[in-house]
Write a protein that binds this ligand. Structure first.
Ligand SMILES: Nc1ncnc2c1ncn2[C@@H]1O[C@H](COP(=O)(O)OP(=O)(O)OP(=O)(O)O)[C@@H](O)[C@H]1O
Ligand SMILES: [Mg+2]
Length: 255
């Protein structure tokens, strides 16, 4: 597999002089096409900072980031981004919000009708296309936001704790929708989470990040077959990965 995202000695320091905060790096990382890689690390270690740098929304202090061999020098419009707080606008319906992503990119709506239907169906929102965000639960809003982030068929998706604010049961169910969508569409996903279990269940690799300034402590390949349902958590391999990562975080003193 060729590498789609390349980070070369990427670091970020905010501010300067005595007020400088070395937030992240230096980090080297190659992410292959079609991977689902999780960034797992304590609060404040620079995960969101890295996501913003990959998206070209924040400049790195040193190093280089390349997407498909092209240096990131400004905002990247062909990627899909999703954060903990969704960006659904209240005055548009679910379908209208998804279409907004196409309008902003100047893409013809007519070419995407079937894709929108397919995405809505795969997250069980087909009956809510005409509803407004305030008529949906928090979990349904995040499902709509997934459709929004994927509608233009991005090759790269940056998901920064998209399930962070949801209750455990909703989280579990959206996790399996997300996994199914990733298996169907095969985007390359960079996924930030605080949940060890979530990272192991969803990922092809887990990058364990140190406390600030965040560096990659360990890159753990997760070789369990997909799809991974609820039961995968009882497999010896899963439990072993869980223990390994817990021990690393114990070592940092964060759990
Ligand atoms: N715009 C900014 N100006 C100054 N410092 C910042 C800025 N953004 C982030 N930082 C600092 O950089 C560090 C990393 O922040 P970041 O938000 O990337 O962490 P994180 O790993 O995403 O944390 P969390 O898990 O809590 O979301 C923090 O110490 C934060 O205070
Ligand atoms: Mg963050």
């Amino acid at each position: 597999m060729s590498s789609l995202i390349e980070l070369r000695t990427v670091s970020k320091t905010f501010g300067s002089g005595s007020g400088a905060v070395h937030a992240f790096g230096p980090v080297d990382l190659d992410i292959a096409r079609g991977e689902f890689i999780s960034l797992l690390g304590p609060s404040g270690c620079g995960k969101s900072t890295l996501m913003l740098m990959i998206a070209g929304l924040l400049e790195s202090s040193s190093g280089e980031i390349e997407l498909e061999g092209h240096a990131v020098n400004g905002p990247q419009t062909d990627i899909g981004i999703m954060f903990q707080d969704n960006t659904l606008v209240p005055w548009r319906t679910v379908r209208g919000n998804i279409e907004l992503q196409l309008e902003l990119r100047g893409l013809p709506l007519a070419d995407f009708r079937e894709r929108i239907d397919m995405l809505l169906e795969s997250v069980h929102l087909e009956d809510f296309a005409g509803r407004h965000p305030y008529e949906l639960s928090g979990g349904m809003q995040q499902r709509a936001a997934f459709c929004q982030a994927m509608v233009h068929d991005p090759k790269i998706m940056l998901l920064d704790e998209p399930l962070g604010k949801l209750d455990a049961m909703t989280r579990e169910s959206i996790r399996s929708d997300l996994q199914r969508l990733w298996m169907q569409q095969k985007p390359t996903v960079v996924f930030v989470t605080h949940s060890i279990e979530e990272a192991i269940q969803l990922s092809t690799r887990v990058a364990v990040i140190t406390p600030r300034p965040g560096r990659i402590d360990r890159l753990i390949p997760i070789e369990l077959p997909f799809p991974r349902d609820f039961d995968v958590k009882n497999s010896p391999e899963f439990i072993e990965h869980e223990r390994t990562i817990q021990e690393i975080f114990h070592g940092y003193g964060v759990i």
